[in-house]
Design a protein around this ligand. Structure first.
Ligand SMILES: [Zn+2]
Length: 77
């Protein structure tokens, strides 16, 4: 019974998950790095890890990336 809880806490520590709040704060910058061809995981490793395990933040990220790509497409820059 306690095994699941222990594993959950263990994974959280080992993975270095930055959590939802931290991800929301830097998601714009994260997506910008991706669009620039950089590796956002090097700048925001905790959020890169979090995105792999959080469907909610994944959806936010995908939506932001999609919107940013579309915006970049119509921008003169
Ligand atoms: Zn999240």
């Amino acid at each position: 019974m306690t095994e699941h809880r222990d594993l959950d806490e263990l994974l959280r520590v080992i993975e270095g998950d930055a959590g939802c709040t931290a991800g929301e704060a830097i998601l714009d910058a994260y997506v910008e790095l991706e669009l620039a061809g950089e590796d956002p995981a090097r700048v925001f490793p905790g959020t890169a890890i979090h995105l792999k395990s959080c469907p909610g933040c994944q959806a936010d990220h995908d939506g932001l990336l999609d919107a940013a790509r579309r915006f970049a497409g119509v921008s003169p820059e």
